[in-house]
Design a protein around this ligand. Structure first.
Ligand SMILES: C[S@@+](CC[C@H](N)C(=O)[O-])C[C@H]1O[C@@H](n2cnc3c(N)ncnc32)[C@H](O)[C@@H]1O
Length: 284
């Protein structure tokens, strides 16, 4: 029998640090909503390189029964998180969060809070697994437990999404439909999210959108960072929709399109149109 193919790992802690280190930093509101307590047992879905997970773990105490477990589908991120942040209150597991039914720690339940930052728009990409993600999170929580998260919401980086779609058609030779289907993201509205949370049994305490333009990190001499580094890292799955030989041309086209929209006249800085969806939902 053929061995099932492992999905490609698009992430690397180094590239993430160069192109998007602001992601775990711009989290003061969602962390206020999470309000980690010493005794809390907290799951972090799509924990990435574990920087934020470790920050949360610093607020919990093993002697009070507290612990934080980060789950992520990227072997490279989980390796880096284990190397740099594993400790008495903080651990990490490789886990595809679209298949949480296979996660023993989650099935055991007993979690006080489930947290996620900047990951659910990837995890919820496929329509057929969306509802099960919410159901598994609900089952894992104690009664009264909270699901607290921030993710891309409706309209997030719309210029990037439109730029990739246009470039995949004009330079990649895809049809418009194929180009749209190459998007790795799902950016829901607050209405969609409130309905979904309610359907699986949560009481929605907060569900809000914030338009938060975010400055791209400076470009580095090695080509990482900057708008190009962000597009290459976050848009890797768009690029994979075309043969390797066409990817650089597609990327240059996207950069050209997006640059015209996000570059600020006064100082040449580039600001992407981030729209964040934040929610706090309580298990009844
Ligand atoms: C932008 S990073 C955010 C990482 C971290 N939460 C932070 O705030 O820095 C998105 C993360 O979602 C993870 N991810 C995407 N799809 C996933 C899936 N199906 N299951 C688990 N993690 C996933 C990626 O591997 C990546 O680490």
């Amino acid at each position: 029998m053929a061995t099932p193919q492992q999905p490609k790992d698009h992430w690397s802690a180094e590239k993430y640090h160069s192109a998007a280190s602001f992601v775990p930093k711009l989290t003061s509101t969602v962390l206020t909503y999470l309000a980690p307590q010493p005794q809390d047992k907290i799951l972090d879905l799509g924990c990435g390189d574990g920087v934020l997970t470790a920050q949360i773990a610093a607020a919990v105490s093993s002697s009070d029964g507290g612990k934080v477990l980060g789950l992520d589908a990227s072997p490279s991120f989980i390796d880096s998180a284990k190397r740099n942040h594993e400790g008495t209150t903080c651990s990490f597991h490789l886990q595809d969060c679209t298949r949480l039914e296979g996660c023993a720690e989650l099935r055991e339940g007993g979690w006080d809070k489930v947290f996620s930052n900047a990951a659910l728009h990837w995890i919820l990409r496929a329509p057929e697994t969306r509802e099960s993600v919410f159901r598994r999170v609900h089952e894992a929580l104690e009664p009264g437990g909270k699901f607290v998260f921030e993710m891309g919401g409706a309209g997030n980086v719309a210029e990037v999404q439109a730029g990739f779609t246009a470039a995949l058609v004009s330079k990649g030779g895809l049809t418009l439909r194929e180009a749209r289907e190459a998007s790795p993201w799902f950016f829901p509205s607050t209405q969609w999210m409130s309905q979904m949370l309610g359907r699986v049994g949560f009481e929605v305490e907060v569900c809000e959108l914030e338009y938060r333009p975010t400055e791209c990190s400076p470009e580095r001499a090695d080509g990482s960072g900057g708008l190009g580094g962000w597009l290459r890292l976050m848009g890797a799955q768009f690029l994979e929709a075309v043969p390797e030989g066409r990817r650089e041309e597609v990327l240059r086209e996207v950069e050209g399109i997006v640059e015209g929209v996000v570059r600020r006249e006064e100082d040449g800085s580039r600001w992407l149109g981030y729209v964040r969806l934040r929610a706090v939902a309580r298990k009844k």
